[in-house]
Each structure stands twice: as C-alpha cells, then as structure tokens.
Design a protein around this ligand. Sequence first.
Ligand SMILES: CC(C)(COP(=O)(O)OP(=O)(O)OC[C@H]1O[C@@H](n2cnc3c(N)ncnc32)[C@H](O)[C@@H]1OP(=O)(O)O)[C@@H](O)C(=O)NCCC(=O)NCCS
Length: 405
Amino acid sequence: MRDKPEIVIVSAVRTPFSKFDTVMADIPSIDLGVMVMREVIERVGVGPGEVDDISYGSCVPAEVALELDVPARQATLLAGFPAENISVSLDRACCSSLTCVRLGIRAIKAGEAQIVMAAGAENMPRTPHLAPGLRKGERLGHIRLVDPLFELGYQAKGFNAVAKDAGEVALEYGVDRAMQDAWALGSQEKYARARAEGKFKIGEELMPVVIPQKRGEPVVIEADESPRKTSMEALAKLKPIYGSPTVTAGNAPTMSAGASAILMMPAATAEKRGLKPLASVVSIVASATAPRDIAAIPAFTIQKALADAGLTIDDMDLIEINEAFAAMPLVSTKILAEGDNQKWKALQDKTNVNGGAIAIGHPVGASAARITMTLAYELRRRGGGYGVAAICGGLAQGEAIVIRV
Ligand SMILES: CC(C)(COP(=O)(O)OP(=O)(O)OC[C@H]1O[C@@H](n2cnc3c(N)ncnc32)[C@H](O)[C@@H]1OP(=O)(O)O)[C@@H](O)C(=O)NCCC(=O)NCCS
C-alpha cells in the first residue's frame, strides 16, 4: 500500500444520522445516497462526468428492495452522473463503505480510474417486514411476517445475534457491563462536548437534509438525532437485548437512516486541480475471523493495516473504532494494548474522542465512511498526524484504514 501513487481524500461528507422514529426515516436510502454523492463532488468542483468509478455500500437489502435493486446504479443516475458511469452496489455488512474506499483505491492503482467515489447509504427504520411464502399463497393458517431488523443477526442460518456474540466475548476479555455502560456514557458526553465546541457543524462532515413539505417551509435536518443525556444509573437500569449478557439500548447505537460519501484521487491530480487534500491514505485492508469474535475483529484489522503501513499503534495520534456496541472499542483497545493496562487506558483516551455511534447513530452501510471522515476532520483540527479507523461487520468481518493528515 505504501507504493506510489499517493492517494488522497479530497472531499468527505455525510448526512446527519437519524433516530428510529423520525421524518428522515421516510426517505429511501437511495435518495440519501443521491444527496451525499452530489454534495461530495460539488464541494470541490469536480463534475459528475469526471468521476470514473463509484462503489456504493448498503447492507439492509430489504429496505433497498422497496426500490427493487442496484442502488448504486439508481443513485448515480438520479444524482446526475452520466449514463456511462461505472458503479457497483456492494454489501460487506457494516464494513461496506470502507470496502468501497478500498476498491476505489485499487481502481486508481490498477490504472483503471483517476477520480473515484466511495459512498454508503442506509435507512434501517424504513425496512419493511417480509412475507415469505405469500407469492405461492397460504392455503390454510396464519400469514407469517418476518422482521429483517429483529435481533440483527443471522439466526435463520444458525448464527447468533451480533449483540449476543459481542457481549459474551467482551466478558471473556474482562470487559463487563459496567465498563460498557461507562464507555456509552463517555460516548454521549464526548459528542455533546464536541458539538458545544462547534464540531459536527454543517460544512465539515455534515450536510443538511432538506425535506420539502406539501405546504409550508421544508423540514431541514442539520444535526444527528440520537445523542441523548444519560447517566450510569439510567444505563444500569436497562435490560440486555437479543439474549446478550451485557448489550442494552444504552450501550448500543440506535438504528438509523443516513448516508456518507468520500472522493479520492492521486495526490498529483489533486495538486493539479488546486485541491487541498483532507487526508492521505497510508494503508487500507480487510480481514475476517470466526463470527463469534465480532468485538475483537477491529483490533485484528488495525494490526493488519498498521503492519501494511510499517507503523505501530503508538504512532497513531487518534483512533476510531466503530461503536457497533461499547464492547467493540473496549475489547479492541484491550487487544491492541497487549496486556498493558496503562497502555489500554491511553489507547481508550485517544479512541472516538468526539464520541461514536452510540451517540451519533449507526446507519450500517454508511458508518465506515463516517468514522473515516470523523477521524480526518479531527486530525485536521489538531494540525495533523496519523490516525486509524476500524469497523466490524456482520459475522466478524473487518475493514481498517490508516490515514495521515
Ligand atoms: C437496542 C434497540 C433494540 C433499542 O430499540 P428501541 O427499543 O426502539 O430503543 P429506544 O430508544 O426506545 O430505547 C429503549 C429504552 O431504553 C431507553 N434508553 C435508550 N438509551 C438510553 C440511554 N442512553 N440512557 C437511558 N435510557 C436509555 C429508552 O428511553 C427506552 O426506554 P423506554 O422503553 O422506557 O421508553 C435497537 O436500537 C437496536 O437493536 N440497536 C442495535 C443496533 C445494532 O445492533 N447495531 C449494530 C449492528 S452490527
């Protein structure tokens, strides 16, 4: 990955992430995707016809199915990209939008593309129930409706709910419920502080979502909807979900709608166009392990990305580990600390410094690009440095990116 050409992120944007019961939940994920795809190029004066390759992640196919399929192709056409544009829809669970970044980088390195876009969009609350068997008809008896969101796992094929695996493995690593609740409280507090300091404002990672109304002014959403005030006492009262020993509504993110997009090109192309890069991509890798180890896979993927970059975790000024649950950053930083408790604490202190998905929300297909841009913008505010962002995806897949600002 360290070989030439140097590839840079020149633009990165996302919508606010929604709560479950909210007006944003009525917007198809494809339309959210259209918004970020337009904005990410407009901000840097790149024309739709100049983007050679678009990868688009989404991983709740039941919601996309309301508009049929090929969300990437539909979104690119609706966003005004030329009919000749090459795009692909992909699903690598919550890793998807970083997988898109990785494929875009690969396309540049292969000489197949100059300017590439990675996008991700999801609308989890809009996911319909499924009625299997209805096409053939039910001769007798009740019609069964399946909720593809329920217990977020792969139980139909014999796998566990993600929350069950994550909670059990966290306990094996010595990360108990109280630690997970404390992390969740910290996530909410760090996010609240960051917002009060003017971070997460429109124009950096955020763009507004404007929803026209039949009558009157449009509804404009400019901020993430799920952050909330809480306390250790309130968190401790919540019951675990989906058979997990530790995961609750308080130390898990809500199910959100949202979209994100990242635009990349060789550093030399950015320079020629007079664009100031947001970050340089140092390495990006994928990994996978046994499904049960979902809370540990961000650590394993970070180790792989750092080895590829020729760097160590101590070289990282900031870390982002997606809070699929609080268990993920806690277990993963513990693995990265290699048994040194002081180092574990130090790694926690530089992880998700502005809060994470527990506060911000987690529209699964869009989150991997979100953590990447959150990391890049914060490194820029701090005057630069190295950072690594990692995310887990269903059945213990991982994706990690090392960037330099
Ligand atoms: C956890 C989950 C089931 C909660 O769904 P929900 O019931 O619609 O969520 P709510 O926001 O209504 O929260 C449930 C309750 O917890 C309370 N609660 C939630 N967060 C809280 C917090 N931080 N502090 C205190 N109370 C909190 C709510 O007030 C609510 O209480 P009530 O029932 O008395 O009204 C759902 O958000 C979920 O499945 N999230 C995980 C998604 C996921 O797995 N993502 C990762 C994929 S890899």
